[in-house]
Every structure is written in structure tokens, then in C-alpha cells.
Ligand binder design. Structure first.
Ligand SMILES: [Zn+2]
Length: 114
């Protein structure tokens, strides 16, 4: 798990904080409806696929689709709750960071209302 800047030019700014975070996950699907979602290992590296509730159908229990680790990222400032859902899966952490940086650039081109 590591934090990074979706805008690489901010890395050299002393007070800029990383605004996104990558982490490892594993692709799972709901045993009830087949909806795919990632599960993430806890601090000790354990997964609890049988304790997870499906947001789609409410079923409890997920099945592993792929034992290979996948990478995800989400927008997240240090010490804050993540801002949105995990985005992924990506094959490598670099792919995840690249995608975050590309989608950040696209956001910048749009008319930002804040
Ligand atoms: Zn489901």
C-alpha cells in the first residue's frame, strides 16, 4: 500500500499531500448474484470472503476468482476516509498509478465547479 500524487508535478511541493493510494486486492465474486468486487487483506494479510456482504443482493459470501494479486487505487488524503470506490483491478501497481494520473488529467480539462 502506498500513497501517491495523481498529479506528479505536486510531488515537489513541500506542503502538497499525496491524494491517492494504491493497495493490493483480490478479485472475488458474490456467491449469490455473481457481482464482482475486490476483497482486501487486513493488516495481517488475511481475507474474509465468507463474512463479506454483497452490496447488490445482500448475500453473504464471496468466491475467489483469481488468486493472483491485483492492484487498485482510490482517491484518498492521508488520515482521511477514501473519497470514492476502489478503481481497478490493474495488473501492477504502476498501471494503477498511471491510470490515476491519466484520469486526473482528464478531470483537469473539464470545467471544475467547486
Ligand atoms: Zn450478490
Amino acid at each position: 500500500m502506498s500513497q501517491f500524487y495523481s498529479d506528479p508535478s505536486r510531488e515537489n511541493e513541500t506542503y502538497a499531500l499525496p491524494n491517492a493510494e494504491t493497495f493490493k486486492g483480490y478479485r472475488h465474486e458474490c456467491k449469490g448474484c455473481g457481482a464482482e468486487r475486490p476483497l482486501f487483506p487486513d493488516f495481517y494479510g488475511a481475507l474474509y470472503p465468507n463474512d463479506e456482504h454483497c452490496e447488490e443482493c445482500g448475500y453473504t459470501g464471496f468466491r475467489c476468482l483469481d488468486t493472483k494479486v491485483s492492484w487498485y487505487y482510490w482517491a484518498c488524503f492521508p488520515g482521511c476516509l477514501p473519497d470514492g470506490d476502489p478503481i481497478g483491478p490493474f495488473e501492477t501497481e504502476d498501471d494503477a498509478i498511471l491510470d490515476a494520473q491519466e484520469s486526473y488529467e482528464e478531470d483537469e480539462e473539464g470545467d471544475e465547479t467547486c
